[in-house]
Design a protein around this ligand. Sequence first.
Ligand code: HEC
Ligand code: HEC
Length: 226
Amino acid sequence: MKGTVRRSLWLAVPLALAAPVLAAVTQGGPPPGGNPLALKYSTPNAARGGQLSATCQGCHGAGGVSTNPETPRLAGQVPDYVRFQLAAFRAKLRPSPVMQQVAAHLKDQDIADLAAYFASRPVGPAWKTTDAALRSRGQALFMGGDPARGAIACAVCHGTNGRGENRLGVASVTNQSPGYALDVLHEFKNTPSFGGLPQPEAMRIVLKPLGEDDLKALAAYISSMK
Ligand code: HEC
Ligand code: HEC
């Protein structure tokens, strides 16, 4: 019965459109129709994710501990967050030519397995900071916010250790790569959110009262948490 329904659906799609859709189904890529960020997978297999991650290491580092300040670390990242981001790259909702290409080859199960693998890895070491005063301003903002300006403490959502909260889709930020951290804060500050994420506006609201100096201080702090 299910087979009949599916076949008649395929027949209703003009061939010219169906060909790329079928190619996407066999090579990975989101299923046609529906929410591209809603993935279907069985119990994630971290060991399999580890094997798949061989292709990620050149950029994200061994075990997801990137040593390039511009490329995000994935080690210890919360799995829901990694799944959502990979699905968003694959659906071309989150911009990044490189990652859109990488994610185009991933199936839902691959995404779940990769997320389980990176979540199982220990967070990388702190990056070195050269500006102690900048870091300590970032630490004060992260831990306590700035009530006079209506700035909420980052620790409220990310935790005092910066490790995030999987159930709420809050990313881990602990020892994130400094160049990437500043980039992503700029992105939250300057670009509208893409749909489908659990809390698309959280970071945009949080960063409203903050300026460029604050973002630099915060990037310096989160990249060098102990
Ligand atoms: C050629 C380099 C390259 C390769 C290979 C690569 N990535 Fe990436 N990845 C990046 C860059 C650069 C970014 C930052 C994108 C941005 O926001 O500008 C990124 C971002 C990400 C993010 C979002 C991180 C965050 O904190 O939001 C995830 C998740 C990710 N990559 C997973 C993977 C996985 C899984 C693989 C392997 C299957 C992989 N990447 C392969 C370069 C790469
Ligand atoms: C109200 C909860 C909340 C607060 C407060 C908050 N965040 Fe976030 N943060 C989130 C959520 C949710 C995400 C995932 C956002 C997304 O995917 O759009 C996130 C994502 C991030 C990321 C991106 C991680 C990555 O790997 O790309 C960074 C960096 C970050 N937050 C830093 C901060 C800093 C710095 C502060 C304090 C100024 C802060 N956050 C305060 C909820 C919060």
